[in-house]
Design a protein around this ligand. Structure first.
Ligand code: SF4
Length: 452
């Protein structure tokens, strides 16, 4: 029986960044791909977040999926298996963005979505007649996606399951890889199939890995009606459109939505407009968040620092806003121009890309382009300041007292983040203190550790 080893790749540097997160959800690409493997194959999955790769494994094919910051690590894995004459197939976001580069480390690469061509590759492998490059001419339909192989879910992430209902997003924000990955063609799985997979998870807490669950509001409402009877709790990413639609929020809440990861990105309207995300109306943020809260749904704000319109004031202003709005959780990132995006092309044209060392394209620990209105070290320090302040005890108290939505779990989660920083060895860096807004410096004690 041929043996297939699937690897969800995560470089040691990325694992280090992720360890600082209290939540680190199961990646679902490989469990879904495994469900499409033709019969007769023995499949094993290494998720590097939890598993060490067994280098002695007698695999016939190794399939590796990876994001940009794990690319050099993935190539090293691929090279090591290929040195043993093991056939290596590479896929995932970075391969789609940089196919020629990936091709040098693989026997076969998958550009874009693999459904359909993945099965063809494995079938042809048995007669050694596979191609080197697989790329569908069209985007695959999501009509008959088999349920993920949950025996290949390895992470202990506190949830009961993860799945997806939609793929892609109708919008084209200039920093986002989703439009490039999915050729600007959002698609939806049949609702009965999604509901059946959702219902099949034993426990209560479910993650929808959708790029934007609010990309098609009508579909989402019908989905929420279908999953409501199962009385589970769920969370997903959503664009701000979710917060403009009362019916969406009402049905989401009734179906068990406990938190939406909301792509706010920036409190600068100029930044949003330039990033082709002008539908994010900054002057409506507070109302939108209050509306989501009024349905009992917590908000995790996705925030990006480093847009060309950002000055060093952006850090304090953003934190002031998040605290005033009573936002329960936040993820802070540094703007990162992933290859293939309009943002990358713009910065490349302007000669502002500082490095093509993909390990640094991690959005948390490195700045890979020349920011316009601050130095790279100021941007990094501002990110650390934001995290340290957001998960400080005074900020937790202020935010959760303002909107005590879901406080039964948002308070422990916030405290867990705070506790984690107190107990890491890397102390709050000097740079962050020096570059924090002057009015804030007196509040900061060097007790808060770096996010990472
Ligand atoms: S709305 Fe979100 S998922 Fe859609 S293109 Fe913009 S950043 Fe990407």
């Amino acid at each position: 029986m041929p043996k297939l080893a699937l690897i969800t790749c995560s470089a040691p540097e990325i694992q280090k960044l992720r360890r600082a997160r209290v939540l680190n959800f199961q990646q679902i690409t490989m469990p879904y791909l495994a469900a499409r493997v033709p019969t007769g194959w023995d499949v094993i999955h290494f998720d590097e977040e939890t598993d060490a790769i067994d280098w002695d494994i007698q695999a016939d094919v190794v399939g590796i999926t990876f994001h940009t910051p794990s690319a050099p690590h993935a190539y090293a894995i691929a090279d090591r298996f290929r040195a043993r004459q093991v056939c290596v197939a590479l896929g995932g976001p970075h391969v789609t963005l940089m196919p020629a580069e990936a091709s040098a480390h693989a026997d076969a690469i998958f550009i874009g979505e693999a459904e359909g061509v993945w099965e063809e590759f494995l079938t042809r492998f048995e007669t050694r007649s596979f191609r080197r490059v697989y790329q569908r001419a069209d985007v695959p339909s999501l009509e008959k996606i088999p349920m993920a192989r949950r025996d290949l879910f390895h992470r202990r992430d506190g949830t009961s399951g993860a799945l997806f209902a939609t793929r892609g997003c109708p919008f084209q924000c200039d920093f986002c890889t989703v439009a490039v990955m999915y050729r600007r063609t959002p698609r939806r799985r049949p609702i009965d199939q999604v509901a059946a997979e959702y219902a099949s998870f034993k426990g209560r807490v479910i993650i929808f890995w959708d790029d934007n669950i609010a990309g098609d509001l009508q579909y989402a409402k019908n989905l929420f009606r279908a999953i409501a009877p199962y009385r589970k709790w769920w969370s997903s990413q959503a664009s701000i459109h979710a917060g403009h639609d009362e019916e969406f929020l009402e049905l989401a809440a009734r179906s068990g939505c406990k938190q939406l990861f909301l792509g706010l990105e920036s409190i600068s309207q100029a930044s949003m407009t330039r990033a082709r995300k002008g539908f994010n109306r900054v002057d409506e943020y507070a109302r939108v968040i209050a509306r989501i809260h009024s349905h009992g749904i917590a908000v995790q704000a996705g925030i990006v620092f480093g847009f060309d319109q950002d000055t060093p004031d952006i850090f304090k202003d953003t934190l002031d806003f998040l605290e005033a709005a009573g936002v329960q959780n936040a993820t802070f990132n540094i703007l990162t121009p992933f290859p293939g995006t309009p943002l990358y092309r713009q910065l490349e044209t302007e000669g502002r890309i500082l490095t093509r060392d993909w390990r640094k394209y991690n959005s948390r620990g490195d700045v890979v382009y020349q920011p316009k209105q601050m130095r790279a070290d100021e941007l990094l320090a501002g990110l650390r300041y934001a995290n340290a302040r957001f998960y400080s005890l005074p900020s937790i108290a202020k935010r959760l007292a303002r909107s005590p939505v879901q406080i039964g779990w948002t308070l422990p989660l916030n405290l867990a983040y705070a506790f984690q920083w107190w107990n890491t060895t890397e102390k709050f860096p000097r740079g962050a203190h020096e570059h924090a807004p002057k009015s804030e410096r007196h509040n900061e004690r060097p007790i808060f550790n770096d996010l990472f």
